[in-house]
Ligand binder design. Structure first.
Ligand code: LLP
Length: 421
């Protein structure tokens, strides 16, 4: 459920008409709903009720500081994967003891930054990283709390580009070698081995792969405890999928996922962390765009929008489906016709949807891409020297621009012309 509904024939973000925001900030833009962000966070938090737990929002999904503040105030921790994300979370007021540092290639500088600024734990992904972390912690004069990310060799049954739990993926250490690697970690002076981490992929729409992975983590917990490690925290990653095509998708709910966690690892007495990103932010955001032209092609009509692949890359990159709806609700019974919905960028890949059934649309009409809150704005670029589009946050009847559209000068002046010209 989200808070983007038609009221009196106009799509609203909570209590604000989307057309009103478009008139004020121009198109295209992203708009997020505070109520939906909070609702999704609370679903996870409640699903783990009764267990010692922390929901660490995977901020890579949508990292505007206003979004981070909204979730942090509700009690969320953060999962970060770079020095930049760490700095952003801290700037948004998140304390270090609520920040988990994931990622396959943390540099010594990033590690030092987090150790100095405060960190809840590092999820270590390789032996060489462990050695660097031990060295830097020694230099800073602290003990680094760590989990080790294990790769359980489980097929997440999702798009190949976002599956991470198979042995051929770059992530984690093979679970078969876990005991050996934990023994190495246990012998290091500046590391405190506190738990196990696993994350098998994103946009999972079936709970079975989670179940297989978490069972393996439960078995490993028992073995590592036998080996003398005080395993007291399990980070179970993120990945629960969302319905992108609402008419025919119904992925499992956070409550089902919470029950699965209790069933597979609940008996171990560990503190549980999860790292959801998409399910919190995905359906909490729209990308709103205006039709520039309707063009009749050879046997097909093109809807040419002012939004493009640089603004929302998911369709081009993952063949992802986003529901696209008109901002003005069509009258009941309005006939729909197929359109290819495209952006102005000079690549055929700049296609959002092919032969999508839509009500009649004309230049100047607004459309909204649903489920665009996660991996939308954060993956955008200035390709074709198109400015990064604004982000707007709605809270009941209020809205605020939380990232402004840069001017052409701001973009262009970031270049530096060498002295030899
Ligand atoms: N934890 C780790 C270690 C991750 O790598 C990820 C996502 C998450 C948590 C959050 O997963 P989520 O709950 O959002 O599924 N750009 C792609 C998705 C990439 C996901 C990368 N890792 C997309 O647009 O589909």
């Amino acid at each position: 459920m989200d808070h983007f509904l038609y009221r009196d024939g106009v799509l609203h973000a909570e209590d604000v008409p989307v057309a009103e925001i478009a008139a004020a900030v121009g198109t295209p833009f992203y708009v997020y709903s505070t109520a939906t962000l909070l609702r999704h966070f609370t679903l996870f938090d409640d699903a783990l009720d009764g267990m010692d737990h922390l929901v660490c929002y995977a901020m890579k999904a949508a990292s505007n500081q206003a979004i981070l503040k909204t979730l942090a105030q509700a009690g969320a921790g953060m999962d970060v994967v770079s020095g930049g994300e760490y700095a952003r979370a801290r700037a948004a007021g998140v304390s270090g003891d609520k920040i988990v540092f994931s990622g396959v290639g943390k540099t010594a500088d990033e590690i030092r930054m987090a150790l100095t600024g405060g960190i809840r734990q590092f999820n270590v992904e390789s032996e060489p990283e462990m050695e660097v972390l031990n060295r830097v912690a020694g230099e800073v004069g602290v003990i680094a709390p760590i989990t080790i990310r294990v790769n359980p060799d489980v097929d997440a049954k999702t798009h190949a580009k976002i599956a991470t739990g198979k042995s051929e993926n770059k992530f984690g250490i093979p679970i078969a070698r876990a005991r050996e690697v934990y023994a190495m970690a246990g012998a290091m002076d500046h590391l405190d081995v506190i738990g196990i981490d696993v994350h098998i992929g994103s946009q999972l729409t079936d709970l079975t792969p989670f179940e297989l992975a978490y069972q393996k983590v439960a078995e490993l917990t028992v073995q590592l405890r036998e080996d003398g490690h005080d395993i007291r925290r399990l980070d179970l990653g993120g990945g629960l999928g969302i319905p992108y095509a609402r008419s025919n998708e119904a992925p499992p709910l956070p409550t089902d996922y919470g029950a699965l966690i209790k069933r597979t690892v609940g008996h171990l007495g560990c503190e549980i962390e999860i790292e959801p990103g998409r399910l919190i932010a995905g359906n909490a955001g729209l990308m709103v765009s205006e039709v520039i032209y309707v063009k009749s092609g050879e046997g097909r009509d093109f809807l040419i929008l002012d939004g493009a692949m640089n603004d929302l890359i998911r369709p081009a990159m993952y063949e992802a489906h986003h529901d696209i709806v008109p901002v003005i609700e069509p009258a009941p019974g309005t006939e729909q016709t197929p359109y290819d919905i495209v952006g102005p960028v000079c690549e055929s890949g700049d296609t959002f949807a092919k032969q999508r059934m839509m009500p009649p649309l004309a230049a100047g009409d607004l459309v909204a891409f649903r489920s665009a809150g996660a991996y939308g704005a954060v993956m955008s670029s200035e390709y074709n020297t198109r400015p990064l589009i604004p982000e707007v946050l709605v809270n009941a009847d209020q809205y605020a621009v939380i990232r402004a559209r840069p001017t052409f000068d701001e973009m262009i002046n970031r270049d530096t012309i060498p002295g030899w010209f």
